[in-house]
Design a protein around this ligand. Structure first.
Ligand code: TYD
Ligand code: MG
Length: 455
């Protein structure tokens, strides 16, 4: 047997170092290196499931255009929101990481998916966290079809792969990667070394045996997946299920996807009957009261391939502090500071003695610059204590010289707003559609003054 080897792996970026040191050479983070015992050499391990290593090497080279593309038929997960986030369905042989904080609904989502999929294909659900009884009780309570899904309570990766080789599933769930361990790696389950090696081993297994594999990963306090970023290197697709503690709604977003676009947003609602898809997310983020309050404005953001209507609120209040607060929730702090400067310089509105709070309703995170004009008008509306009309939508990017710049997909955004009953819009001139939209008055603006005049 080969001599046991050690490597030192950075928890932040996952790079290897031959010896311990205080700072990671690759990313510059301090005190992030952890020892990883490699145990036996990888050759010894690779023999566990047949067909690994040897075959891959002997396949030889092929021309790119001669590679058979028909081997990638996707299949649906049964949830169209999940399919969309994955880029159109599940690809056989892919490894998909589902991340999220505890209680986000990862196990529920996968149990619902697997119960349904097991009706048509061979499926195994491996649970290392909950007992089989717990899972069975949940499945019964949710009234899921349970007769075909194979369950396994196991935390040894070698054992799981051994069983899976005999069972030949088309799809597998590993819940969760943090409790999995390998005999060769001499550190506790959940440590960098175990997570990294287990995930790599399972991913190889998935590729070799053409099994679609879902790995559940917990998010640590600082929001990173499984502590180390190491997981993201080996998997094909990384999806994050996000939900504010008390909110019913869960949003799902992919951060890495080898088979589709990233930044698609999927929206689910956690109900008494498990997770339900939200077909019309705009409706939930827009559920407003009867009265229109100052400081509130509706904007259309672009999420992946579809528009989404969200409400943005600003509160501008006289500050008691020498250093007034600028607080943005769901928006970028720097953007808020920049817009205040633009408003002062080009709109003549002085807010240096005011606290400014901005918030996106419903816990959505808005990162695009198309929200600039809406935020700006929301602040003006609150500052002047003058409510904007209920049926108004606003979007557009604001430049440093006070110009309003067009944003992509203007026409689709306006159509979505019209569908939800909005009748007026203030948008960049470049986004005004050539054909008028039925029932909607669109005001195009190029300068900040024009936007302020329009309201
Ligand atoms: P779970 O899937 O166990 O979360 P995770 O695996 O991501 O840790 O979901 C647990 C939460 O979901 C729990 O707080 C209760 C809630 N829940 C419902 O509200 N309704 C349901 O039908 C189910 C199954 C769970
Ligand atoms: Mg769970």
């Amino acid at each position: 047997m080969a001599k046991a080897k050690s490597a030192y792996v950075c928890n932040d970026c996952g790079s290897d170092h031959p010896r311990w040191q205080g700072q990671c050479n690759a990313c510059g983070a301090w005190n992030t290196l952890t020892e990883v015992r490699l145990g036996a050499t990888s050759k010894g391990r690779s023999d566990r499931f047949s067909g690994y290593a040897g075959d891959a090497a002997s396949a030889g080279v092929q021309l790119l255009n001669e590679i058979n593309l028909e081997e990638l038929p996707r299949f649906s997960s049964g949830f169209s929101e999940l399919d969309r986030v994955l880029g159109g369905g599940i690809v056989p042989g892919s490894a998909i990481l589902i991340g999220g904080s505890p209680g986000a609904g990862k196990s529920t989502l996968l149990l619902q998916t697997m119960c349904r999929l097991s009706q048509g294909m061979n499926a195994i659900y491996v649970t290392g966290e909950e007992s089989l009884q717990q899972v069975a009780m949940r499945a019964n309570r949710l009234a899921l079809p349970t007769d075909k899904l194979k369950m396994l309570s196991e935390t040894s990766v070698e054992q799981i792969c051994h069983i899976a080789e005999k069972e030949k599933p088309a799809i597998m769930v590993i819940d969760s990667i943090q409790v999995m361990h390998m005999a060769d790696v001499q550190s506790a389950p959940g440590s960098v070394a175990q997570v990294r090696e287990s995930a790599a081993y399972l991913t190889r297994f998935a590729k070799q045996n053409n099994v679609a594999m879902f790995l559940v990963g917990h998010v640590t306090k600082d929001g990173s997946l499984a502590g180390p970023k190491v997981l993201e290197h080996c998997i094909d697709c990384s999806v994050l299920l996000d939900g504010e503690g008390d909110s019913r709604f869960r949003t799902m977003r992919s951060h890495k996807n080898r088979f589709g676009a990233v930044n698609e947003l999927g929206v689910f609602a956690m109900t008494g009957q498990g997770l339900k898809e939200v077909a019309n997310p705009s409706a939930i983020f827009l559920s407003r009261g009867e009265e229109q309050a100052p400081g509130s404005v509706v904007l259309v953001i672009w999420e992946g391939t579809r528009p989404l209507l969200v409400e943005l609120q600003a509160l501008v209040d006289h500050s008691q502090l020498g250093n007034p607060r600028r607080i943005a929730v769901g928006l970028e702090q720097n953007r808020l500071a920049m817009l205040l400067a633009v408003l002062h310089r080009h709109g003549g509105l002085q807010m240096s003695d005011q606290d400014v709070f901005a918030n996106v309703v419903g816990g959505v995170k808005v990162t695009e610059t198309g929200a600039d004009l809406s935020l700006l008008l929301a602040m003006v509306s609150s500052f002047r204590d003058h409510a904007l009309p209920r049926d108004l939508v606003v979007f557009g990017e604001v430049g440093l010289s006070g110009e309003i710049r067009p944003v992509p997909n203007g026409g689709e955004r306006l159509n979505e707003a019209a569908k939800h009953g909005f009748t007026r819009a203030i948008v960049p001139k470049g986004n005004v559609p050539r054909q008028p939209i039925a029932g909607m008055e669109v005001i195009g603006v190029t300068k900040l003054e024009q936007a302020l005049e329009a309201i």
